[in-house]
Design a protein around this ligand. Structure first.
Ligand code: G6P
Length: 439
């Protein structure tokens, strides 16, 4: 079995390697090919050496290859994992800072920030998929690259690659639910439905008993249901009880937009945006990773928002390899799962996974309170994907107008101009379109 990791020099790779080590008894991985771009050479080398030490410590014979040749890494892979960031953390910092100038939420995966990230990322992902179609046509693509929902939807709509979008939010919500209810994660039976970073827990059972009300009460009383990268604005009990579903940590940006915005403005002045903070965490992480005596995943990685990523990714791969029919919440084409949404859009839903891939568990209709927001954000996503693929400025403008964070078409226009300009090196599709229309 060969696994290719695109964006292999990411600080999250040791997390992934740990996942393969923990599941070594369930599947044998012959080769892990870590690939990155030349600009990431130093990081890739450090990560590659650490990965080798981690595997050696456990006596595993998995070969770790380090390469800048993406086609070589992809060729004959069984699984291609994508975790790259076009433009690096500098581009993310722009995504987070520019909206704040307009008193709009600045976030890497949602709102105008997620929009800019999608424009940069989708064309690169489609290139990778063309290579997969040619050199690893049977491989599964496991996409962790953000905005994971939009990126996965673009892959399904424009390529023949078998793709699954993955996020660590549902598995973290399940883990936090287990902690709150004081049971093991495996004992919590949860159903999720929605979009990536806009997913709701729709039911919670432990040993067959409905625990949603207990959970809501405890969260409203202050129990933790959040990720490291998000400000922990407290949920109101009246709201959670009225909604009768469990919002994900990212829902705070929609339902508590005023508080979240004020906090972002304050933190960006005092400590920097999340990307600016992550840059410092990364520097320290890579110093630690360099240590030739280090042969385990360092604890400091827990300061990042990506906890349990490896568990989500590697257990998903194991379910496909071993045909174990286990339950995972992943991003897949809707195909009637949520009846109020079109078939060809990607949704984040609970699935049974076997060797054929994820089989969504039927949802039917979502409550009006949830589906209203989901449909609006899905419209934003569809317009963004079309803009990203075609370099279409009008669609890009309409995408921003449709986004719930953007207060007016005037602000959308100003934001669009600024985001397109600053990202120009990463948006050849818009330049080509401009040239074509001026001919
Ligand atoms: C969460 C999200 C991921 C995101 C991460 C960012 O876990 O689910 O999609 O990449 O946070 O964490 P960071 O530490 O980079 O801010």
């Amino acid at each position: 079995m060969k696994v290719a990791v695109i964006g292999g020099g990411s600080s999250y790779t040791p997390e992934l390697i740990e996942g393969f080590i923990l599941r070594a008894g369930q599947m044998k991985v012959d080769e892990i090919a870590l690939v990155d771009i030349a600009a990431g050479k130093t990081k890739l080398k450090i990560i590659g050496e650490l990965a080798k030490r981690m595997l050696k410590k456990k006596g595993l014979s998995t070969k770790v290859t380090i390469t800048f040749d993406r086609v070589a890494a992809i060729t004959d892979a069984d699984f291609v994992l994508t975790q790259f960031r076009v433009g690096g953390l500098d581009a993310r910092a722009n995504d987070e800072r520019i909206p704040l100038k307009y008193r709009v939420i600045g976030q890497e995966t949602t709102g105008p920030g997620g929009f800019a990230k999608a424009l940069r990322t989708i064309p690169v992902m489609l290139e990778i998929c063309r290579e997969m179609e040619a050199y690893a046509p049977d491989a599964w693509l496991i996409n962790f690259t953000n905005p994971a929902g939009m990126v996965t939807e673009a892959v399904h709509q424009f390529t023949n690659v078998k793709a699954i979008g993955l996020c660590n939010v549902p598995i973290n919500m399940q883990q936090m639910t287990a902690d709150i209810l004081e049971v093991k994660r495996e004992e919590v039976n949860m159903r999720f439905a929605g979009l990536n970073h806009l997913v709701y827990g729709t039911s919670v059972h432990v040993k067959g008993k409905d625990q949603l009300d207990v959970l809501i009460k405890r969260i409203a009383a202050g129990k933790n249901m959040n990720m490291k990268n998000i400000y922990d604005a407290p949920w109101e009990e009246t709201f959670l009880q009225a909604l009768r579903a469990l919002p994900c940590p990212y829902h705070r940006y929609y339902y508590m937009m005023d508080d979240m915005l004020e906090e972002e403005l304050k933190t960006s002045r005092e400590k920097g945006t999340r990307a600016e903070q992550v840059k410092k965490i990364e520097q320290a992480l890579f110093m630690t990773y360099r240590d030739p005596a280090l042969d385990i995943k360092p604890l400091e990685l827990a300061d990042r928002g990506g906890s349990l990523y490896s568990e989500a990714a590697v257990s998903l791969i194991a379910s496909i390899v071993n045909n174990d029919h286990a339950i995972h919440t992943v991003n897949v084409p809707n195909n009637g799962t949520i009846t109020q949404l079109p078939d060809d859009v990607v949704v984040e839903v609970t699935c049974m996974v076997n060797r054929e891939g994820p089989q969504p568990l039927q949802i039917g209709k979502l409550p009006t309170a949830c589906i209203g927001l989901i449909q609006q954000v899905k419209a934003f996503e569809q317009l963004t994907i079309e803009a990203a693929v075609k370099g279409d400025t009008q669609k890009a403008y309409l995408a921003l107008v449709a986004n719930p964070f953007v207060p007016s078409s005037k602000v959308a226009k100003a934001l669009l101009e600024e985001l397109l300009e600053i990202n120009r090196p990463y948006l050849p599709q818009f330049e080509l379109k401009k040239q074509a229309s001026s001919v």
